[in-house]
Each structure stands twice: as C-alpha cells, then as structure tokens.
Design a protein around this ligand. Structure first.
Ligand code: HEM
Length: 507
C-alpha cells in the first residue's frame, strides 16, 4: 500500500469530519473549513467540500434571507398590486430583488425608496388638491418614516424618535426655541448678531485694500450657523465644537453616499471600510459630546434656558418618567449640532445666491433693512427653505387614492412649492412679492413640515437667517455672482458640488 493509499484509507470519519467541520458526535463546529492534507485528498476524490452553513449561523442566516425577501420582494409587490388596482402604474420592475433602485440611485441623488413611493408622489402631483390632504395629515394616519441604520447616524434623537419617547423629548426641548425666547425676549438675537459680526469682520479683512473680494459663502455660512447653534443651544462656540462638526461633516458625506446606493437590509452592519469608519466617527462624536457636557456641568456653565441646560435639568431633577438619560441627551446633542447648522446654512447660501443674481431685489431688500434697522445697527427685536417622507400607519384615503398601511408617502415638497395651481403661472420665478401680504396658500407651503413633528428649530432658523441677511446687506453696498461660480446643485450633502462664489463690494 502506498503512502497515498494508506492515508486515504485512514481518512475515515475524522478526515471527512474535518473537511466538513463535523465531529464524530454529529455536532457542527464553528470556524472556517480547514484545508488539511487529508481534506485535499478528500477533494481529490469527492470534489471541494460543500459549504454547509454552520448550525449556530443557520437561524440568523435564514431570518436574514426571509426578511430580505419579505422587504425587497413581497412588500413592494403587494404594494404595487394595491396601486395598480387603482390605476396607478409605474415603470416595470427591472430587477427581482432591487426593483428600480439601481436606476433611480444612479440617475438622481434621491435615495433608494421602492419605486412605488415615487409613483404615489407622481400620482399626488397629477391630482391637484390631494397633497393638501397629505399636508393636513389625512386623519392622523401619517407619521414620520423610519430611517435606515445608516441614516440613524444623523437622525438620532428627536428627528428619529417616535411615540412616548418622542413626546417626552419634544416637551423638554420645545421651550428652547419658542418664539417668545428666540425673538421677543431678545435673548438670542444679540448672540446671533455677534456670530454674524465675527464672520463679516473676517470677510471684510479680506478686502482690506478696499477693492472687491471673493468669498465661497457655502462653507462660511456653515461655520456661522455652527457657531450660532453652539452658542444658543449649548453655551459653546464653533471653535469648541469644531471637531464634532468636522466629524459630522464626514459622517454626512458617508450617509449621503449610502443613500445614493441600493439599500440592502443589514448591509450597514457588515464590517466594510465605510461602515467601520461610520462607527468610529459615531463613537468619537459621542465621546467628544460626553466630555463637553461633563466640562460644562462641572464648570457650572449650564444655563437653565439653553437646550443643554434644559435637558440636564430633566436628567437631574425630573420625575423618573420625565428624565432624559445621558445617552439620550448625547443623541439630542448630535441631532441639534447637525440639524441646527446644515439646514439654515443652506437657506442662507441659496438666498445670497438669489440676491446676487437679482440685483433689483438686492437693492430693494437693502433699502428695507436700512429703513428698519438703520445703517449699521444689528437687527434688534423688531426684526419682524427636497421632499419629505411620511409613513402611513393605517389605511388612509388621500383624495381618490387608498393608501395602504405601511406605504412610505413621499411628499414632493419642491413640486408643491412650485405648483402653478397654487402659486400661479410665475410659480418658478424668484418673486418675493408673492409673500408680501403675509399669507400662504393652505397646504401649499410647508418648508418646515407640518403636524406635531413640525421643525422644532423653525423660529431660530428664520430669525437667524433674517439677522444674518440683514447684516450682510448693511455691510456691503453690493454683491454679485463670481465668474468662477459653476451651477451644480445637489440634493444631498454638500448642497453644491463646487461651492457658491460671491464677489462682495464695500462702498
Ligand atoms: C431653514 C432651516 C430648516 C428647515 C428648512 C427645516 C426643516 C425641517 C423639516 C421639514 C422637518 C420635518 C418636520 C416634519 O416631520 O413634518 C424638520 C424637523 C426637525 N428640525 Fe428642522 N429645519 C430647519 C432648521 C432647523 C434648526 C435650526 C434646528 C435646530 C435648532 C432644527 C431641528 C429639527 C429637529 C430636531 C427636527 C425633528 C422634529 C421632530 O421630529 O419632532 N431644524 N426640520
């Protein structure tokens, strides 16, 4: 008997067991199949070992498989039929598993929702009037949609919460940004004006020689709004929170990349390079926030009326059911650091671009500001913005359409804001006069959302934007779009691909 034959003969149960990671007692062992000499021999006669799923791996694997098929095939198909019966069609399903997601992800930065969502949005758009019922909440059957685990990185806290937790957090946080505090009590306006002054002094120093100078306003305004939210919500500053903002910037980019690719349930938990980076960033942000809270707390710097102060008092003094835990407070800090900066910066950036493009409106607005506030005084107390996702939690009726529970309803905000039926033939023109009588068409304008989850920061955002715009108009006798500007807006972060370059002129 040759060595080969004797080894083959001895490759009994033990050898086979190893090749298949089986032991003689019949149990299946963890770990990768070991390609031993014997197992090679075994391959020679029986082909490569079959990849038997490991026993402990089997239940989660089956669960994942079932859940994926349910989410990616069964639910969309059920919904598709539901709407087809109502005469609402859509493009044919391109891929059994991914539907039309790859195409929609590739051709627009709008994320990977099942195509029916888009169909419904289109249907709502086709039937004027229906969106108004969506806006009015269709009898309480619409609530905020769920976020994917990737999105949760920037939607912790209020923006991602539902039910009792959401109600508790909202009750604690609401007083920070009510109009009384933001405007009438003049508490926040000077703080906002001081942040704006700091930014404008810096801009001005670039034109020290007296000539015109160019500013990429996108980043500058992000820094300004970061400074404002740091001051008004946390008694801090942009400099103190700089690392958190930088990390959130990176996180937003990673999330926006994830949103632009096809959604696969569970994918964000796999240890890919980007997923690992997202987790590292999240951990570093949480650690930095924990340190910031601890230092404010031990220095006695928590002001009872700012956001952090209110949340900390609930933590220390609230009845047990009214308490916010430290981790929950950190979630909210993350949300406000992000939501408080990005959105208002975008509003200001686009407003500046529009005023730079429409010189006649810039002149009118400057005159109005100077009449109201004078040549140089920062505005005081008399100083008088995609699409939104909701989830149908029960079967509801939107106009003529039966919306099945579980449907994600995308409200095409931009389409509604430019709907000629609502706004008239010049709906797409820049015409601030349409707001001059202070009225808004019911259900035709909702930049801050609607219903109980309406943007908690809207008062702050509007006052902040008005103060900053007024001060920019006061400081500079004119500004215009720089020749280097390339118009490349994007729906996800960052809002433009190449920034917004404006040339300022100081008389
Ligand atoms: C121009 C600026 C802003 C715009 C256009 C905007 C828009 C929105 C919209 C559309 C929603 C969803 C509302 C809904 O569910 O119907 C929202 C929610 C929210 N916004 Fe804003 N926002 C802005 C500024 C801010 C600021 C400055 C803050 C923080 C100070 C903020 C914090 C939040 C939070 C925490 C939520 C979640 C509210 C909840 O679910 O209860 N936003 N915002």
């Amino acid at each position: 008997m040759t060595r080969y034959e004797s080894e083959l003969a001895s490759s009994t149960d033990e050898t086979l067991a190893r090749a298949f990671q089986l032991k003689a007692d019949g149990r299946i062992y963890k770990g990768p199949p070991r390609r031993t000499y014997q197992s090679h021999l075994h391959h020679a006669h029986h082909g490569p070992p079959r990849l038997l799923p490991n026993a402990s791996f089997l239940p989660p694997f089956l669960f994942f498989l079932f859940k994926s098929l349910y989410t990616l095939v069964w639910v969309p198909e059920k919904i598709r039929r539901h709407y087809r019966r109502q005469g609402i069609g859509g493009p044919p399903r391109r891929h059994l598993i991914f539907g039309n997601s790859p195409k929609s992800a590739a051709c627009s930065s709008e994320h990977n929702l099942p195509f029916l969502v888009r169909v419904l949005a289109a249907a709502l758009r086709r039937r004027p009037g229906d969106h108004r019922e969506v806006v009015m909440d269709a009898g309480g059957g619409l609530e905020k949609g769920s976020s994917t685990p990737g999105e949760a990185a920037v939607r912790d806290g209020l923006a991602g919460l539902k039910g009792k937790k959401w109600a508790l957090h909202r009750r604690i946080i609401n007083p920070t940004f009510n109009m009384e505090r933001v405007k009438k009590k003049i508490e926040l306006v000077p703080e906002i004006a001081a942040c704006a002054s700091k930014m404008l002094d810096d801009w001005e120093s670039r034109g020290a020689s007296g000539g015109d100078f160019e500013v990429e306003v996108g980043e500058e305004l992000q820094r300004f709004t970061a400074d404002v939210i740091s001051h008004v919500a946390f008694g801090s500053s942009y400099e103190e929170g700089r690392r958190i903002f930088e990390l959130q910037e990176e996180q937003a980019l990673l999330v926006s990349l994830a949103l632009r690719s096809v959604y696969i349930p569970g994918f964000s938990f796999l240890p890919t390079r980007r997923n690992r980076r997202r987790q590292e960033i999240d951990k570093e942000i949480r650690d930095s926030l924990r340190r910031l809270i601890r230092s404010k707390d031990s220095a006695g710097d928590l002001i009872s009326k700012n956001l952090l102060g209110l949340m900390m008092s609930s933590n220390k003094e609230g009845a047990e059911e009214d308490q916010m835990g430290i981790e929950e407070i950190i979630d909210e800090c993350k949300t406000f650091y992000f939501a408080g900066k990005e959105t208002t910066a975008n509003l200001l950036t686009w407003a500046l671009l529009l005023l730079a493009l429409h010189q006649e409106w810039q002149t009118k607005t400057r005159e109005e500001v100077k009449n109201l506030c004078g040549e140089h005084n920062p505005p005081a107390r008399r100083t008088s913005p995609g699409s939104k996702q909701k989830l149908a939690t029960k079967n509801i009726k939107l106009g003529a359409i039966d919306v099945a529970a579980g449907t994600e309803v995308v409200i095409p905000v931009i389409a509604v804001h430019q709907d000629k039926e609502v706004w008239g033939e010049d709906a797409c023109q820049f015409n601030p006069l349409r707001f001059s009588d202070g009225r808004r068409p019911t259900g035709g304008y909702f930049p801050f959302g609607f219903g109980p989850t309406i943007c908690v920061g809207q008062n702050l955002a509007l006052v902040e934007a008005k103060v900053a715009l007024a001060m920019i108009l006061q400081r500079f006798s004119s500004f215009s779009v720089a020749p280097s500007y390339v118009h490349a807006p994007a729906r996800h972060h960052p809002p433009t691909q190449y920034g917004i370059q404006i040339i300022f002129h100081k008389a």
